[in-house]
Design a protein around this ligand. Sequence first.
Ligand code: SF4
Length: 366
Amino acid sequence: MYHGAVERVKQREAPRLTVRMPGMIEKLYLAKPRGFCAGVVMAIDAVKEAAEEAKQAGEGDIAVYHDIVHNRTVVDRLEDEHSVTFVERLDDLEQARRTAARQGRNLGSTVVFSAHGVSPVVRQRAAELGLTTIDATCPLVTKVHNEAKRYAQQGYHILLVGDSTQHQEVIGTRGEAPEQTTVVSVVGNRKHDPELADPLTVEVPDPDKVVVLTQTTLSVDDTMKTVELLRQRFPNLVTPPSDDLCFATKNRQDAVRQMAPNVDAFLVVTSTASSNGMRLLELAQDLTGNAHRIECADDIDLDWFAGATSVGVTSAASTPDDLVQQVVAYFQQLNPALQVVEEGEWENIVFRKPKKVPPPEALPVT
Ligand code: SF4
């Protein structure tokens, strides 16, 4: 595999060929911050604690509506180590209970809403099904929901900038005011979602009563360009007092920007479903022209590093750091003298643990 890469480099750069063998990566730059953000930590801890509490109380296993965060390893570990069941529709729970029973398990009636948030129709359905709920929505997503509700009540049309109409966060936020919301693509969107409106052509019922909100995990640069474009089209466009992009998204993109001049190639440890992770990949690719997504160290292909001496590594806000440490170990094995450089600051933010809420009929009568 590596031989092929050498041949390609030879063809491109024959006059001053200095091909380095794989394993000659001398410096590994680790982005800081990277990996878990406060919202992800809160959501995962909420699931683990709820699963253990329910077990101890004899209430059976718990379910989570949608992947708690967009990372395959996190979901697999919660299934394997805490017997958590993940469903994409609350109405799938009945079938999941029968399946669990056949396996000798008891799936109870507690469901956790994922960090991406849910639309009011999901909350309503949970109440109708008599489910106990734990809302692990990130507070920064809740902030956008509250803005959507407030502006919709004031009669505004909402232009919700998102990277896909199918992303859980977008579905949830749009669900607060579906009749008054149009999901608009970011400028330079690399997904092909035909449901997304184009910011250049989107129309609204009243151009003087329009507000722009955004998904929390978009590219900072592309979002600024999109909002500016919308402002040119709708001069009275309202924007919330603080923008909707979250600190974790911004900080991880900043870290990539700072590292980029030092590295020949980038590895981004992320699942494809992670919006913030895929935005890191796009940014790293734009800055270095040599960025690759990996789920874990097993995906690394040494062909990517022909001629490279330094590699930058970052990870999505939902990627466990042990997956990054496996990448470090991989390169250390190839070069025991590897220098690992880690500059920057960790975030120091903690979100409160969400409460367990019994179904409405079980609430005490006041
Ligand atoms: S990435 Fe941002 S919005 Fe998503 S959970 Fe983390 S802090 Fe919250």
